[in-house]
Design a protein around this ligand. Structure first.
Ligand SMILES: [Zn+2]
Length: 237
């Protein structure tokens, strides 16, 4: 994608007519997206560095609201936070047409994909669902892993399995289907706050995974965070 080739009119229409209603953005989220887009892709930059505090001040939001909006936009795939540090966030912005939850044809027409096409919940609502909220939603995550631990691949009967946050809650990991996996109690307690890829490599070093299995698990982890491993909600609704 070449940011220089942006069509501002089309971009504005996609933003107002498709992105905002499709993703169900709040006034605050849309303000944050619009502001960040203005300072990134609109001026030919894919990435931008910003401080949440300054963003909040500029937009007249509380810091909590600005942080929450950035987090939700990240979950929806409208942007991707690459790094959080004391100096601020480094994010990669996505144009409406590049956002997975809403695919657009060149003329701006929306194309429904995946779950939406099958008549299930809209992709955007799947992205924002809190999967710890109900028993049925938790079960949908367990069912997605088909009775195997996401990390060590061992069979996990109902009494020894639990849900694990891939990005721990202390690091702002969410209760989304991109961040929750079904795993055995042992892996859950051993992993702790460690990054999931590191934990998988530890399992490999300890002989719990073969090289091929490690490869498959690392790929599954990538697919999970990219939103490709969707739980089936038809059985739960
Ligand atoms: Zn396990």
């Amino acid at each position: 994608m070449n940011p220089k080739k942006l069509n501002p009119g089309l971009l504005w229409m996609q933003f107002e007519d498709v992105l905002v209603p499709r993703l169900g953005l709040s006034v605050k989220e849309r303000a944050v997206y619009s502001y960040l887009l203005r300072h990134s892709l609109v001026v030919g930059k894919v990435r931008l560095q910003f401080a949440v505090m300054a963003l909040a001040r500029t937009l007249g939001l509380s810091i909590g609201a600005a942080r929450q909006a950035v987090r939700r936009l990240d979950e929806l795939g409208a942007l991707r936070v690459l790094k959080r540090s004391k100096s601020g966030h480094l994010a990669e912005m996505r144009l409406p047409e590049k956002i997975r939850a809403i695919r657009l044809r060149k003329n701006g027409v929306t194309v429904t994909t995946g779950a939406m096409a099958a008549g299930e919940s809209p992709a955007a609502s799947l992205e924002t669902t809190d999967f710890l909220k109900t028993w049925a939603l938790r079960k949908a995550i367990h069912d997605r892993e088909r009775g195997a631990c996401f990390y060590c691949l061992r069979r996990t009967p109902g009494n020894v399995r639990c849900l694990d946050h891939v990005v721990p809650r202390v690091r702002f990991g969410r209760n989304s289907c991109r961040n929750l996996v079904s795993c055995c109690l042992e892996c859950n307690s051993r992993k702790g706050d460690r990054p999931a890829p590191d934990f998988l490599r530890t399992l490999y070093r300890l002989g719990h995974l073969t090289p091929a299995e490690l490869d498959v698990r690392l790929r599954a982890l990538k697919d999970l965070t990219a939103g490709k491993l969707r739980p089936n909600l038809t059985a739960t609704s």
